[in-house]
Design a protein around this ligand. Structure first.
Ligand code: SF4
Ligand code: SF4
Ligand code: SF4
Length: 338
């Protein structure tokens, strides 16, 4: 009897496509993965239809990798469908894990996004004022677009998630080791982030140059000075998110002489990466009075984008326009509504 290969699905929600690139960047290793599994859904690469998934038995897919945040009812519906049909669901990349870059949209409203995107952006020419409608007619035929929600959500605010692979995008080596662990059944406890538990500062090649009593007198943005490639960024007055970011990326930004922006999300024990970073960075300010501290704080251009770049939906901020009534006590949205 021919042994069936485990079925695997890849799906993208509110995504830039970078996570899909990572899968392709597995290079030759993707052939081993592809040989070991039966891919049943991968919209970016293969022409499967949703009804193929609907026809599967519940739990028939061994593992679904879902990247991107949840912003539309279609993304919510397909992620729910994959949850039903999958033994394991893995949140793949920072958008699915913590909200990611699309999650920054929670700092504004749907109405403001539509106004900028379809009316006011300098590159927009829209004399008729057309905006996408959920229901419309094209050549007399009804057309339905996904509903664009007011808020962006993490995957686990919508469905149960078994494991998380962090990163924007996750590095191929981390993905390969996670996929291998899944296929071999060598997994840690449910809910684990499949990356090292240390903070980036603990593995950073510049950690020995980070002193115990660093004091920042001026904050520089990375493009304003040429950073010394050997010295800790914080020692040079450049904000680096290493103190409150999980390790496992291979310090790719640091090695490219760019500070960490925090894409691996918080290390274990940190509830809100941005709040932790604000605490860590502000404690380095060389300020003796409240006024001096405020003056230093004003030097941080775009604080939300600096400290919560990848985590707004999963942070204590959540959503500027949050409707409390819509968020139940367990933090998950109404799963039956989509
Ligand atoms: S985690 Fe990064 S690379 Fe992946 S979809 Fe989100 S923005 Fe793109
Ligand atoms: S703050 Fe940044 S540069 Fe400094 S040790 Fe931590 S990760 Fe490295
Ligand atoms: S250095 Fe920071 S931002 Fe860069 S890949 Fe690593 S975790 Fe992400």
């Amino acid at each position: 009897m021919i042994k069936q290969k485990p079925k695997v699905a890849f799906y993208w929600c509110a995504s830039c496509g970078g996570c899909e690139e990572t899968v392709v960047d597995l290079n030759a290793a993707i052939l081993d993965v592809a040989d070991a599994v039966d891919i049943v859904l991968w919209p970016v690469a293969l022409d499967f239809k949703y009804h193929h998934i609907e026809a599967l038995k519940d739990g028939d897919i061994a593992v679904s990798f879902i990247n991107g945040a949840i912003r539309t009812n279609e993304q919510a519906h397909i992620s729910k469908l994959l949850r039903q049909k999958s033994g394991l669901v893995v949140a793949f990349g920072s958008c699915a894990h913590t909200g990611g870059i699309p999650g920054l949209a929670n700092l504004t409203s749907r109405e403001e996004i539509f106004r900028t995107s379809f009316h006011e952006s300098p590159t927009v020419v829209n004399a008729s004022g057309t905006v996408p409608q959920e229901d419309s007619l094209a050549d007399g035929m009804p057309v339905r677009l996904p509903a664009f929600w007011e808020e962006v959500h993490t995957l686990d605010q919508w469905i149960d998630v078994d494991y998380y692979i962090p990163g924007c995008p996750p590095p191929p080596a981390l993905v390969l080791s996670a996929v291998t662990a899944i296929l071999e059944g060598k997994l840690p406890e449910k809910g684990s982030v499949l990356a090292p538990a240390k903070a980036l500062c603990d593995t950073c090649p510049r950690r020995k140059t980070k002193s115990e009593n660093t004091k920042i007198t001026k904050i520089h943005r990375p493009h304003e000075i040429i950073a010394d490639p050997e010295i800790c960024f914080l020692e040079q007055g450049i904000i680096c998110c290493g103190p409150a970011t999980r390790s496992g990326c291979g310090e790719v930004c640091i090695n490219g002489n760019m500070p960490c922006t925090g894409c691996f999300g918080p290390p274990p024990g940190v509830i809100d990466q941005g709040a932790k970073l604000i605490s860590a960075i502000s404690s380095l300010f060389n300020a003796k009075t409240k006024e001096e501290a405020m003056e230093m704080a004003r030097q941080v251009v775009d604080p939300a984008g600096t400290f919560h770049r990848y985590t707004v939906p999963s942070s204590l901020l959540g959503c500027r326009i949050h409707k409390k009534a819509a968020m139940p006590a367990d933090g998950r949205m109404d799963r039956e509504a989509a």
